[in-house]
Design a binder for this molecule. Structure first.
Ligand code: MG
Length: 256
């Protein structure tokens, strides 16, 4: 029996060698030379915009942003190279519209944040703003450092759809990063969905949404549903909870 197994093994190994030996094709046949990827100069430091990014906020002004509801220039407060949410001024969104993209954004929950659950540093990043108010697809921003809430509503969740894989929040007062890849939903000419949206989110360097499939736009009550759109602004949320407003800095996007 042992001998038979040894014989079979020897035969199998021999066959494997023959297969390798027989593979005498031209290695160049599997080389691809065209098209040459265009060159992009990476940001000089981690998180800095690469050369082909559209800078949405660099600490100087909100020229790239509008108030969502009335399309007037955004009125949040820019100071010290950052912008702080003005809850009375409502959501703001980009003048430009996007489809598929890579986004970098940094936010800071105030060190002395108060409140609990959803009422503690709540804001949000809408990957596509599809109307006034909170219409669109929201990645939650919230102080979830030591603050429990429903898990598909904690920081880095696809709000009311998908909890983050892990909780990678830093403590209040620290700057935190989102690096996101957004694949917009695709619609047929008649408005039917042909491909859902997908999102990948890296929170503070940690993968928290891994090509997550969305089931539609974010809704507070009820089931998400898709509504056809082609290109959309990126929106930041002025949430109505009474806790102190959060701040943002260094926001850029690369259309894909
Ligand atoms: Mg929110």
């Amino acid at each position: 029996m042992k001998n038979q197994i040894a014989l079979a093994l020897t035969f199998a190994i021999g066959m494997a060698h023959m297969t390798v030996a027989a593979d005498k094709g031209d290695p160049k046949a599997t080389e691809q030379w065209e098209p040459v990827p265009r060159s992009v100069t990476p940001g000089a430091t981690a998180g800095a915009p690469p050369s082909d990014a559209v800078v949405l906020f660099d600490g100087k002004n909100l020229d790239e942003w509008l108030s969502t509801n009335d399309r007037t220039p955004a009125r949040w407060k820019v100071h010290d190279g950052i912008v702080t949410v003005d809850k009375s001024a409502g959501n703001i969104e980009t003048r430009r519209q996007f489809r598929n993209y890579q986004l970098h954004l940094e936010y800071q929950i105030p060190q002395d944040i108060t409140g609990e659950g959803q009422a503690r540093g709540n804001s949000g990043l809408f990957l596509a703003s599809t109307g006034n108010g909170d219409a669109g697809y929201e990645i939650q921003i919230l102080d979830s450092y030591k603050n429990s809430t429903y898990v598909n509503g904690q920081a880095a969740s696809v709000y009311k759809q998908s909890p983050p894989l892990v909780n990678a929040c830093r403590e209040p007062g620290a700057w935190q990063t989102y690096d996101i890849v957004w694949e917009a939903p695709v619609f047929e000419a008649d408005g039917r969905l042909s491909s859902p949206a997908f999102v990948t989110v890296i929170h503070n360097g940690v993968l928290v949404q891994n090509h997550t499939r969305l089931s539609g736009e974010t809704v507070f009550i009820g089931k998400p549903q898709y509504k056809p759109y082609q290109r959309a602004a990126i929106k930041l949320q002025a949430h109505g909870d009474p806790s102190a407003p959060i701040s943002f800095r260094n926001i850029w996007v690369r259309e894909l």
